[in-house]
Design a protein around this ligand. Structure first.
Ligand SMILES: Nc1ncnc2c1ncn2[C@@H]1O[C@H](COP(=O)(O)OP(=O)(O)OP(=O)(O)O)[C@@H](O)[C@H]1O
Length: 472
């Protein structure tokens, strides 16, 4: 069977070209020949060759190899990944060795032995493919690092004294490698802050790896974080690199760290102390270099309970602590964030940019936003889509009257599906029932997404998707 490989033979001796083509055609999928090296740049620009067989001497009586060196250099200049095999005259080993110092992969001496030529080219083609794959991988990694490492393109906004303190903390902390713990309710912008820290850090051109511990099932935690070897447990069909290892060189953002079970807290602590990670089922530990940024919506008070969170791990994680107050406690941020998203969604939905009416601004500034900035953002998106007037009015925001200033829930909820198997409400529309159940769960758990998701039997990610769908 022919090997998948595209080969180019460059030689001014027609006999060599014909013999080489006849031989190699039987073993490789494509063989091209060229009797004038001047055509090499054009050929390389037209096609990718897995291996190039290049003569050392062109022109009658030439034996110095100078032409071969020249064209070898030219080829590597055009594509440094090229795999070039030199064709040397009998006894021209010195010349071949010099060519290899310049970057040739191997050489074949004339007159050649067919088996040797095929074997050399077969290895060369494989090397060529591996080099191309490695280059593609490097490029993919670079793009991934750029995409994930960038500040997500989202502006971190705020005028409040609390946000000014946060900006200053980010600026001072980012360039150090200090671990940072971000505390705040769901939707306050913890992930945005983590990305900003990474973007302003010396690791900004490396990967930013985010792991939402709130949406992982307990069985997945360990393998997701630490990785596993093939066969380490039922279902481990192949080796898997853990997130800690994948974040090597960059920053690892562990969201909802409060959800990490106690026994894995111990394992994480060991990894951070030793800067080594051992995938499940592996014998060898792998060194890692990551900056760890964590976030949680668990209160500081709860986090300092040894029964819930290992205090030695907490001290490792909270070298710097950033506390993000809920939006209702920093209403000076509301106008600037609202205007930013009005512009963004007007562009997205091809709508005219509208101003907030004075009444609308007062309404959103006085609303307690139990879902914080995430909910404000969704409310703006909905308002942009629905608004028909010249300005955005309070009615466009469909603000629920239920929470009072302190964020306490006081309003009754219209749909009750939580405690009974029979649905008393007349409305059996599944979509509305789902919306009602989500609303009820969010209110019950004061917009704690992890708890609401658990109550609804959903992962956090699934709840977010549904919240988005229903415009929460
Ligand atoms: N200061 C801010 N300026 C602009 N947008 C913000 C700000 N804070 C949060 N947002 C937006 O609000 C949404 C939620 O932010 P983010 O995911 O960072 O919150 P979080 O606290 O990590 O939430 P969770 O605890 O649920 O994971 C995002 O769309 C984010 O862009």
């Amino acid at each position: 069977m022919k090997q998948d490989g595209v080969i180019l033979i460059v030689d001014d001796d027609e006999d060599i070209l014909v013999a080489g083509k006849l031989l190699l055609k039987r073993h490789f999928s494509s063989v091209q020949i060229c009797n004038q090296p001047e055509n090499i740049p054009r050929l390389l620009s037209e096609q990718k060759f897995d291996a190039i067989l290049l003569d050392m001497n062109f022109g009658p009586g030439e034996s110095s190899g100078a032409q071969g060196y020249l064209w070898l250099e030219k080829i590597l200049e055009i594509d440094p990944q090229s795999v070039v095999i030199m064709i040397t005259a009998h006894g021209g080993v010195d010349v071949a060795v010099d060519a290899m110092k310049l970057g040739a992969t191997d050489f074949i001496a004339k007159p050649w032995q067919n088996e040797k030529v095929v074997a050399t080219l077969s290895a060369a083609v494989q090397l060529g493919r591996t080099r191309t794959e490695a280059k593609d991988l490097r490029n993919t990694n670079k793009v991934l690092a750029e995409v994930s490492g960038a500040s997500s393109g989202q502006a971190l906004l705020g005028n409040s004294p609390a946000m000014k303190t946060v900006f200053s903390l980010i600026e001072r902390t980012a360039p150090t490698d200090a671990n940072v713990l971000i505390l705040g309710e769901n939707g306050t912008g913890k992930e945005l802050i983590a990305r900003e820290i990474h973007a302003q850090s010396l690791r900004s051109n490396k990967v930013f790896m985010s792991v939402d511990l709130g949406s992982l099932s307990e069985t997945l935690f360990e393998s997701e974080l630490f990785g596993h070897k093939k066969g380490a447990f039922t279902g481990a069909k192949e080796d898997r690199v853990g997130r800690l290892q994948a974040a090597n060189g960059g920053s690892l953002f562990l969201d909802e760290i409060g959800n990490l079970p106690l026994h894995l807290q111990a394992k994480l602590l060991t990894v951070l102390e030793q800067r080594m990670v051992t995938p499940i089922g592996a014998n060898l530990a792998v060194p890692i270099d990551v900056r760890v940024i964590t976030a949680t919506n668990v209160s500081k008070q709860d986090l300092s309970l040894e029964s819930k969170f290992r205090q030695d791990l907490l001290f490792r994680l909270n070298t710097v602590e950033i506390e993000l107050p809920p939006l209702r406690k920093r209403h000076q941020d509301i106008a600037v964030i609202a205007n930013h998203y009005i512009n963004l969604y007007a562009r997205k939905y091809h709508k005219p940019v509208k101003l907030l009416s004075a009444k609308a601004l007062t309404a959103i500034e006085n609303y307690p936003w139990p879902g914080n900035v995430r909910a404000l953002r969704h409310a703006i998106e909905r308002a942009i889509i629905l608004s028909q007037g010249l300005e955005l009015e309070p009615i466009d925001f469909q603000l629920d009257p239920q929470p009072n200033q302190a964020g306490d829930v006081v309003a009754p909820v219209s749909v009750n599906v939580a405690n009974s198997n029979t649905i008393e409400n007349e409305d059996l529309n599944l979509d509305r029932l789902e919306k009602g159940a989500i609303k009820q769960a969010l209110q019950k758990h004061r917009y704690n997404i992890s708890h609401a998701a658990k109550d609804l039997g959903l992962t956090r990610a699934a709840l977010y998707r549904r919240m988005e769908k229903h415009g929460f």
